[in-house]
Design a protein. Structure first.
Length: 277
């Protein structure tokens, strides 16, 4: 197709057309993508740059597109997968579903943010071979297993890490002696179970930590001491959510992290709770 036969707007430089595609809503982008070959190439990067999949069917459709369309795969910078998994006893999908997701992830090597808000342990195995060279943000509702630790250690560029932050996520179990430690030298923000802190932050210099202890008998001492050892000179904000009145937690933080600027304590109390000594 020669320039003389193009409609006036398509004679504009490609960079201008891409700016136009970025400025309109998703529905308009999809319409433009089907209008012509030129618009297809100009709108595909903006369509796939930030993808949020809210159902398994949408995940299947997107994964298939990413696998067969290289421009879609290399354009993706942020991927969010958020849906409710099957109700037990059918606690997972068939193997081809996970194989499709694994193959799609292997194509998105330019991904910078990966958010897996699905409490499905099968996703940990999907990450076993995945590598994203520019990954800076990772969120998941997964337990800190060996497979997840190996994935994290392949991505030293991570700055923001969130692991199982809600009460409905898998609880932190005692880390086995044989498990490797996490090494994230650029990590600045951590959100997750307080029991994970000693394993996650040894090589980090955190600026903020948002910690949750879900078990009644949880002890925060090791977590606070680990924060002081790795990030005592850099951390500015600590937020903690834990059962009880947390006078012991306040005492620990004032002793080990006296220079923080912001402290947020959320007390989870029952009707019969009383302040401890």
């Amino acid at each position: 197709m020669s320039i003389s036969t193009l409609t006036p707007i398509l004679r504009l430089p490609r960079e201008v057309l891409e700016e136009i595609a970025d400025s309109v809503d998703l529905k308009t982008r999809l319409s433009l993508c089907r209008a012509s070959r030129v618009w297809h190439w100009c709108t595909t990067p903006s369509i796939y740059r930030d993808v949020c999949l809210t159902s398994p069917s949408k995940a299947v459709g997107c994964c298939r597109a990413v696998i067969v369309r290289r421009i879609a795969a290399i354009s993706m910078r942020r991927l969010t997968i958020r849906y409710t998994p099957p109700i037990r006893p059918v606690a997972h999908y068939f193997a081809p579903f996970y194989a499709l997701v694994r193959r799609a992830l292997s194509c998105t090597s330019h991904l910078q943010e990966l958010i897996l808000q699905v409490p499905d342990p099968h996703y940990a195995s999907l990450l076993r071979q995945a590598t994203f060279h520019s990954l800076s943000r990772f969120e998941c509702n997964l337990a800190l297993t060996e497979a997840l630790i190996l994935f994290l250690n392949r991505h030293p560029t991570i700055v923001y890490l969130q692991i199982a932050p809600s009460a409905h996520s898998p609880h932190a179990s005692a880390l086995g002696e044989g498990l490797p430690r996490v090494s994230l030298p650029k990590l600045q923000y951590f959100i997750g179970d307080g029991e994970y802190v000693p394993a996650v932050v040894p090589n980090a210099s955190l600026r903020a930590a948002f910690l949750v202890w879900d078990t009644v008998d949880s002890t925060p001492r090791e977590a606070i001491k680990s924060l002081e050892a790795s990030s005592g000179a850099t951390i500015n904000l600590v937020s903690c959510r834990r059962g009880g009145w947390n006078l012991d937690l306040i005492d620990l933080i004032s002793t080990w992290l006296p220079d923080i600027y912001v402290l947020i304590i959320t007390n989870v109390l029952d009707s019969e709770s009383a302040p401890s000594d």
